[in-house]
Write a protein that binds this ligand. Structure first.
Ligand code: FES
Length: 161
């Protein structure tokens, strides 16, 4: 092998190594959500047999806002548990009570049959859809699971519909 060819191979190898060093964190950052497992603990809410169909029912549970559950103390959060009768099937939904406009607390208004935000009059349907006023999007939903009839949530929010 000639010295010239050896130098070219060395430069190419150094370029490839540099490219890998630059690309690895970028690729890792892009793929990390796929492999991310939430550290948020599941928190018991209630026995869902006590939640009537068609009546959003508020529960206060202690949830961590940080992924580091051992570092930050849990704070009380209101979770609205909804058994909604949709297309002749009862669907279980766990809603945040935080308005998506400017984060005021919404509440279920029995007379109007909507979630009402007292700050600017935002309205949401029983399943959290924004139906009036300034809220730009539906109420967020907590991730939930059932163990038997016991409902658990954790502080992982998804966009509603
Ligand atoms: S904060 Fe709820 S409507 Fe503005």
């Amino acid at each position: 092998m000639s010295r010239r060819r050896f130098m070219i191979m060395g430069i190419n190898a150094a370029g490839a190594a540099t490219g890998l060093l630059i690309a690895a964190p970028i690729v890792g950052d892009i793929l990390s959500p796929v492999f991310y497992k939430s550290k948020q603990p599941w928190v018991m809410v209630a026995d869902i047999r006590h939640v009537p169909v068609g009546v959003p029912t508020a529960y206060v549970v202690m949830l961590n806002d940080s992924g580091d559950a051992w570092q930050v103390p849990a704070v009380p959060r209101t979770v609205y548990v909804v058994k909604a009768n949709l297309s002749n099937a009862v669907q279980l939904i766990t809603l945040s009570n935080v308005c998506t406009h400017m984060q005021c607390d919404v509440h279920w208004d029995v007379n109007l049959q909507v979630f009402l935000c007292p700050c600017h009059g935002g309205l949401y349907s029983m399943i959290g859809t924004n139906i009036g006023g300034p809220p730009p999007q539906p109420l967020f939903r907590y991730q939930h699971k059932l163990v038997g009839t016991t409902l658990y949530v954790r502080n992982v929010l998804t966009e509603g519909q």
